[in-house]
Design a protein around this ligand. Structure first.
Ligand code: DC
Length: 228
């Protein structure tokens, strides 16, 4: 049987992590897991159920009611997140969620809940997972760790285009403020902040096309598979 590895992709918001992760997973026949979708789905649950997330016991009780899983959508060839049996893949991309998700992802209990599930998903290897702490905390022994970055202006432009398609009232200022706020909270929180793992390879895609970045990452993956 072919050997399988774990590939982690961490980095700033809107760097194109999920695009790359999906391409790699497809090419290698691996499972793709979007860990950010888990924090977004938990945020959706908290907002819908008016959970006071500043209250530890309320958070713990609420998490007992949250069941997350991923299903592969054959038509779109992508994996989609379900919250208590409901497909929430589309609604969690909304700016309303993006405005709160970094606060919720900074809560220790929330992270313990999500990280435990993420570790289980990687138990059999053959997985590409993207997020903020995947190479540092979730899979510190992953065979290939990628840390993605891109110029701020480029990231804002990319995210704006994505959100504008859903909501033409959105402004570039709103998107810029949200990205900057999330990057700040994600990299300054006390529990597993976003940072490059010491053994991660940096991929700056400011001037790369998706195909160029894919080829670069694929060559890294092939090298690691050879080493195994
Ligand atoms: O990747 P994303 O933008 O969908 O992630 C949403 C938020 O979730 C992000 O602002 C930070 C948080 N997150 C995290 O703290 N740890 C992860 N492994 C993934 C996401």
């Amino acid at each position: 049987m072919a050997k399988k590895i774990i590939i982690t992709i961490d980095g700033w918001s809107s760097c194109g992590k999920s695009t790359l992760a999906k391409q790699l997973a497809k090419k290698l026949g691996y499972v793709y897991v979007d860990s950010g979708a888990m924090y977004r789905a938990i945020t959706l649950y908290f907002l819908r159920n008016h959970i006071d997330w500043t209250n530890k016991s309320k958070v713990k009780a609420a998490l007992k009611e949250v069941y997350l899983d991923f299903h592969f959508n054959e038509k779109d060839e992508s994996s989609e997140i379900y919250l208590n049996g409901e497909n929430v893949e589309y609604v969690i991309r909304d700016l309303v969620i993006a405005e709160k998700v970094s606060d919720i992802a900074a809560i220790k209990e929330v992270r313990e809940f999500a990280v435990a599930q993420q570790k289980k998903l990687g138990a059999k290897k053959g997985i590409v997972m993207d997020g903020r702490d995947i190479g540092t905390v979730v899979f510190p022994r992953a065979e290939l760790k990628i840390f993605m970055t891109a110029d701020n202006a480029v990231r804002v432009e990319r995210r704006f285009k994505e959100l504008f398609e859903k909501n033409p009232n959105i402004t570039i200022e709103e998107v810029k403020n949200n990205l900057e706020m999330r990057d700040y909270i994600d990299s300054h929180r006390a529990v597993s902040p976003l940072k490059k793992a010491h053994d991660a390879l940096v991929l700056d895609n400011t001037n790369l096309t998706p195909e160029e970045q894919f080829q670069k990452a694929l060559s890294w993956a092939k090298e690691r598979l050879k080493d195994k």
